[in-house]
Design a binder for this molecule. Structure first.
Ligand SMILES: *[C@@H]1O[C@H](CO)[C@@H](O)[C@H](O)[C@H]1NC(C)=O
Ligand SMILES: *[C@@H]1O[C@H](CO)[C@@H](O)[C@H](O)[C@H]1NC(C)=O
Length: 333
């Protein structure tokens, strides 16, 4: 599979280069596209220089998207989304926000070792998933998935679906780095120790670091008694867990394919340098088209209304983009 991807990337590069050289009117065509995109996305640039700089990036992204979408073998489509004027490097610095642990974590129990998972499940249709959220320009994905997963287990165990505060986690979990990143297991530990987590309406999202509000922090909308990790590198174990509740999954989100993913089953190319965390809320499909249903926190305009379907049972131990490597879920006993 890797070599197919490599040759695809190589042919894209060749195609892209030739395209730029032999079609001079391309720039004018893209100028209109750029103006249209600016209007649609409501972008404003501080001056002409900035606009020119952004146009150059937009052009290169546009051509990347166009080439990928013209590739008939590609199983997913890319789109000119709100990140179309960002380089991949800028995009990665702004979003994501997962900081992998540097030392080996002690292993936790795994309660879903011997369950029989159904062939498909979608927690959205079971009322255990709130509407898609947007982390904005803050590397707080870790706080969003912590809230997502606790919302899910609360619905499953208590019957009601709360919407929980990411800002509280950003402000109060000192072991994480706020908008500079963190880890859901650290946040689950904090919520357990704190005795619960506040409703989002009572501690609203600001997309920036703040000071922990000591009063609000004791006003609980949900509580957990701990968390467990899914055994690493085992897609069956991950399936067993997701069959029972939404699960946080770290992935490698670097690369333009992920930046501009719009629809279909995402198969990479991507590596396994985990830099982002999302929430697996289901799985489905059959044969070679099985997928994880994964909820992102980049608003509804990215991907399939805010979700990405990631190839499941690819044969890679680490899963596509490393999805099986670091997965956790909160527990309520
Ligand atoms: C994008 O791809 C379409 C074919 O799907 C092609 O007609 C069009 O010229 C391409 N545009 C640019 C600017 O590359
Ligand atoms: C993967 O997880 C499943 C479910 O818990 C378990 O039965 C299986 O033995 C595990 N495989 C490996 C290689 O550890």
């Amino acid at each position: 599979m890797a070599t197919i991807f490599h040759s695809f990337v190589a042919s894209f590069l060749t195609y892209g280069l030739i395209f730029c050289i032999i079609v001079p009117s391309n720039a004018d065509l893209l100028n209109d596209e750029f103006e249209r995109w600016i209007k649609e996305s409501g972008k404003k640039y501080i001056n002409e220089d900035e606009k020119l700089k952004r146009f150059a990036i937009f052009k290169s992204n546009y051509q990347f998207i166009n080439s990928s979408n013209n590739n008939l073998e590609q199983t997913f489509k890319l789109g000119l989304n709100k990140y179309a004027d960002l380089t991949n490097q800028e995009f990665r610095a702004l979003l994501a926000g997962f900081i992998p642990s540097t030392d080996k974590q002690p292993s936790t129990p795994f309660r879903y070792k011997n369950v029989m998972p159904p062939s498909s499940i979608d927690w959205r249709t079971r009322g255990a998933v709130t509407p898609v959220k947007d982390q904005g320009k803050c590397g707080s994905c870790w706080a969003f998935v912590t809230a997502d997963a606790i919302e899910g287990i609360t619905k499953i165990t208590k019957g009601t679906l709360p919407t929980l505060s990411e800002q509280e986690l950003i402000d109060c979990v000192n072991e994480c780095q706020g908008c500079s990143g963190g880890r859901p297991d650290t946040a689950f530990k904090w919520v357990t120790k704190n005795g619960g987590i506040t409703a989002k309406a009572d501690y609203p999202y600001k997309a920036e670091n703040g000071i922990c509000d000591a009063t609000k922090v004791k006003d609980f909308a949900a509580a957990i008694t701990g968390y467990e990790d899914v055994p690493s590198g085992n897609e069956t174990a991950l399936m067993n867990a997701v069959a029972n509740q939404p699960v946080t999954v770290a992935i490698d989100s670097a690369g333009l394919f992920f930046q501009f993913y719009q629809s279909g089953i995402f198969r990479g190319p991507c590596g396994k340098n985990l830099d982002h965390v999302m929430t697996a809320v289901g799985y489905g499909g059959d044969g070679l088209n099985k997928y994880w249903i994964v909820r992102n926190s980049w608003g509804t305009s990215w991907g399939e209304n805010g979700y990405v379907r990631i190839w499941k049972d690819s044969g890679l131990r680490s899963g596509v983009c490393g999805i099986t490597l670091v997965a956790s879920y909160p527990v309520v006993d």
